[in-house]
Design a protein around this ligand. Structure first.
Ligand code: BJW
Length: 243
């Protein structure tokens, strides 16, 4: 039983593991995305400068897959949306994922720190816009009319993650920090648990298929598939609050 008050701010960090049971691949598992493509080629600004068509092809394939009929939120996404609806305190979901499965499940208090696959932005005028089609180097920016300036609205290695100010504020305010389906390899997200603990007042919990390398940094670590662990955790929180 988690001993927290019902007005506690809860910060949830999610990673690729929460979307695995929806049919989207993780990155660092044995069959993950980085076992098939090199991250230097497709997830760095240098890779994009070297071969933009290769990077577009990589994100075009993932965008097509995301909007295909077979991909839908799973019970873990649904449980977090239910928590946001029913918890009397503040809930913030910070996701490293670029998919839109949290939104489709109904989450609204959501920060996409690594960007969004269904958006693109222009390298010159910098304006993100919704985009569901394939993208290539011939496309012209609808705002500034430059050709070849559009890129996926995602955060690559060496680039600053988005909304770090809002995230820092939530890290310092929260009374419960929950990390779901992330290996904890990528900073700054991997450092959030230490930052929360440095404030000295939050309970920290990891929910992951297996204990991550950083599991020892958390007060508590539960292992299993997100589609089972997350609904059970949300039930536990909401029922203790009813009690
Ligand atoms: C399940 C499950 C199921 C499976 N149920 N669980 C040296 C030291 C420290 C830092 C650095 C360093 N050198 C460089 C850096 C910085 C660098 C970094 O961290 N590098 C490390 C690799 C060392 N970071 C950056 O460059 C970032 N920017 C930055 O730091 O800016 C400066 C800054 C400074 C100070 C403050 C703020 C900023 C940018 C990082 C960008 C990451 N981009 C990517 C691609 C995005 C677009 C895309 O999707 O293509 O983001 S990389 C990729 O990794 C993606 C993910 O969001 C991210 C994290 O992956 P995630 O989600 O953890 O996935 P996996 O696969 O690793 O783990 C899945 C987990 O789920 C596993 O544990 C499974 O067991 C589990 N699981 N099935 C539950 N059913």
């Amino acid at each position: 039983m988690i001993g927290i008050a019902s007005n506690t701010t809860i910060l949830i960090l999610t990673g690729a593991g929460i979307s695995k049971e929806s049919g989207l691949d993780t990155f660092r598992d044995r069959d993950g995305i980085w076992s098939r493509v090199s991250l230097e080629d497709v997830a760095t600004p240098e890779g994009f400068r070297r071969d933009p068509e290769r990077v577009h092809a990589f994100y075009n394939a993932r965008r097509r897959s995301l909007i295909s009929d077979g991909i839908a939120p799973n019970p873990a996404h649904a449980a977090l949306a239910r928590l946001e609806r029913d918890w009397p305190g503040r809930i913030v979901v910070v996701t490293q994922n670029i998919d839109d499965l949290h939104e489709r499940a109904g989450s609204r208090a959501l920060i996409h720190m690594h960007g969004e696959l269904l958006k693109i932005r222009c390298r010159h005028c910098n304006r993100p816009r919704e985009w569901r089609a394939d993208l290539d180097c011939a496309h012209v920016c609808p705002d500034c009319r430059r050709a070849g300036s559009l890129r996926p609205h995602v955060v690559w290695f060496g680039e600053m993650p988005l909304e770090m100010g809002r995230i820092s504020e939530a890290l310092s305010e929260c009374g419960l920090f929950v990390s779901i389906g992330t290996s904890g390899h990528v900073y700054p997200a991997a450092g959030f648990v230490a930052e929360v603990r440095s404030h000295g007042r939050a309970h920290t919990l990891e929910l992951n298929l297996e204990r991550s390398e950083g599991a020892g940094l958390f007060h508590e670590s539960r292992t299993g598939p997100a589609s089972e662990l997350v609904p059970a955790f949300v039930d536990e929180l909401l029922h203790r609050q009813d009690a």
